[in-house]
Write a new protein. Structure first.
Length: 144
């Protein structure tokens, strides 16, 4: 007799498998932000300088915001990994996260522009997340 896990994995369509791959891959990338919750501040300062943004201010609010945002990215990555385990069951939640991701990405393009972020940051953050969320919504719409 086959295990329920084996039966579920075989009954997934190609689109579903790609959706799981996309969600888990995105989750893994987002979980790497966990490093910046605990890394030395000098690492973040070096990255900030390498991006051409000058020295990163070493103030309590900057430390708090950089580390807590990194933690939120890791938290969201873990959630995506978990939700990818049963996309049919979590379709509504994934659709909600994708729609909110689209809106958030549009806001981030505006914020990046106002904040003076480098062009590569703005392109890599907003438009790429819009593309990701649009693909997720498309694939979710085709899950039986």
């Amino acid at each position: 007799m086959k295990s329920p896990l084996a039966m579920v994995s075989r009954s997934r369509s190609r689109r579903e498998r790609f959706l799981v791959f996309l969600l888990r891959g995105t989750g893994i990338v987002m979980m790497t932000a966990l490093v910046f919750c605990v890394c030395p501040f000098a690492w973040m300062d070096s990255i900030h300088k390498a991006m051409g943004l000058g020295p990163l201010p070493n103030a309590p609010i900057v430390q708090y915001l950089t580390r807590s945002l990194s933690g939120m990215y890791a938290y969201l990555g873990m959630m995506l990994w978990f939700l990818a385990g049963d996309i049919r069951r979590h379709r509504g939640t994934l659709a909600f996260l994708s729609i909110m991701g689209l809106l958030f990405s549009i806001a981030m393009i505006f914020l990046d522009s106002v904040a003076g972020m480098p062009w590569f940051w703005t392109v890599g953050e907003g438009p790429m997340t819009i593309l990701l969320c649009a693909v997720l919504l498309y694939l979710l719409g085709r899950v039986p």
